[in-house]
Design a protein around this ligand. Structure first.
Ligand SMILES: NC(=O)C1=CN([C@@H]2O[C@H](COP(=O)(O)OP(=O)(O)OC[C@H]3O[C@@H](n4cnc5c(N)ncnc54)[C@H](OP(=O)(O)O)[C@@H]3O)[C@@H](O)[C@H]2O)C=CC1
Ligand SMILES: Nc1c(N[C@@H]2O[C@H](COP(=O)(O)O)[C@@H](O)[C@H]2O)[nH]c(=O)[nH]c1=O
Length: 337
């Protein structure tokens, strides 16, 4: 049985994971919570970057720090070392605890060891899972059940499946497209810098994880952008300029960025050659692509600006919001009837 309290804990795991949406790509964004029977949260964490420790391992690490005075674990970041340390030093601390995780624990050796094997060794009392893993790492839930552990699937499944969308697209070999928009407090998207440096660093971290950036022709002519990830010293994505024209001024900085391919096209076919695609544009691009794009990431400044108020697509449902410096960053999903 999944209780109301399980959904509350799963929501905490979801919120932790959303903060790293896209940043974990090509891995999924995942969140996890370790709690006791009294409902105290002992560890809460999210997967942060492909190749680094999974959410379960970080939540277990945090719980170990809460429950013991052993600080040797605090300096360990490497996933394999964390698995080894916890398997050796858990001293049955986790037998009466629950683990809530938005995605079924992995059951294979990838860049890190299988979470299923760590969870089995620690022998949690209950494991509550949101989404099934349908990738090559699947099977962790069934494996833990086969070892006699209490496992529940499908807690807040719809919300966990939405969180998993980029990964699901990757598994289906479809691109994940999202429209990023920076807005002033009164909804203006034009006229130079709108959001804070913190937000722009976040946008650059996202660009670093994207392999393609789509930009409208008018923005290229107006802004003469670079569209790289210099604020986080990341890699610049390839660029698709969506335009009716093919006569762009080649001195515009985006053409001069090393290791990047720039394409100009009046259709989006090129997008299908990529996995993670961010679209940056103003009202024209928003309107032109509103039938193609389901995901919107909006950075909103607390300051007003002069200009025309943007008209957003209809049917946007906010799924997550957090502060980034003085701004608010929100993910929206567009429901189609
Ligand atoms: N706040 C933010 O996050 C952002 C703000 N901006 C701002 O937005 C403003 C520009 O917005 P906007 O005028 O909407 O321009 P955009 O470049 O964002 O989008 C419109 C352009 O897209 C191209 N386009 C639209 N429909 C089609 C189609 N069916 N086929 C091919 N190409 C198409 C056209 O390019 P063409 O004319 O070349 O044919 C058109 O000019 C600028 O001030 C810029 O600074 C831009 C990006 C992000
Ligand atoms: N002004 C604005 C954004 N604008 C976007 O950034 C582009 C410029 O990128 P670059 O040339 O690399 O600095 C610009 O053309 C538009 O797509 N983005 C934001 O997060 N916040 C902002 O305030």
């Amino acid at each position: 049985m999944v209780s109301a309290f399980d959904t509350l804990l799963m929501q905490k795991a979801l919120d932790a994971a959303w903060a790293y949406q896209v940043l974990t790509f090509p891995n999924p964004a995942v969140g996890a919570v370790v709690s006791n029977d009294q409902g105290d949260i002992l560890g809460l964490a999210a997967h942060q970057k492909a190749g680094s420790a999974h959410a379960e391992v970080l939540a277990i690490k945090a719980a170990y720090e809460t429950l013991t005075e052993d600080r040797r674990i605090s300096d360990i970041e490497d996933a394999s070392e964390l698995h080894t340390f916890l398997k050796k030093h858990h001293t049955h601390l986790f037998h009466n605890l629950s683990l809530h995780v938005t995605l079924e624990p992995c059951h294979h050796f990838g860049k890190t060891p299988p979470c299923s094997s760590l969870i089995e060794a620690l022998h949690f009392k209950r494991i509550v899972i949101g989404s099934y893993d349908e990738s090559m790492a699947q099977g962790g839930g069934a494996y833990l059940q086969s070892k006699g552990m209490e496992v529940h699937f499908g807690c807040l499944k719809k919300a966990c499946d939405l969180l998993l969308s980029p990964f699901t697209c990757k598994e289906k070999k479809e691109p994940f497209l999202f429209f990023k928009l920076a807005l002033s407090a009164n909804g203006v998207a034009t006229g130079g810098i709108i959001t804070s440096l913190d937000s722009r660093i976040m946008v650059h971290r996202l660009r670093d994880r994207c392999d393609l950036l789509v930009i409208g022709g008018n923005t290229v002519r107006t802004d003469r952008p670079i569209l790289d990830a210099r604020l986080c010293e990341g890699k610049a994505p390839d660029v698709l300029i969506y335009s009716h024209h093919n006569d762009f001024d080649c001195t515009i900085p985006l053409f001069d960025t090393p290791d990047r391919c720039v394409t100009v096209a009046s259709d989006l076919n090129h997008v299908n050659d990529y996995a993670m695609v961010m679209v940056e544009g103003g009202q024209g691009l928003l309107d032109a692509l509103s039938n193609e794009i389901k995901w919107y990431l909006i950075f909103e400044s607390p300051h007003e600006k002069e200009g025309k108020t943007i008209v957003l697509p209809t049917g946007l449902q906010k799924v997550f919001s957090q502060r980034v410096g003085e701004d608010t960053m929100s993910w929206y999903f567009k429901h189609t009837s």
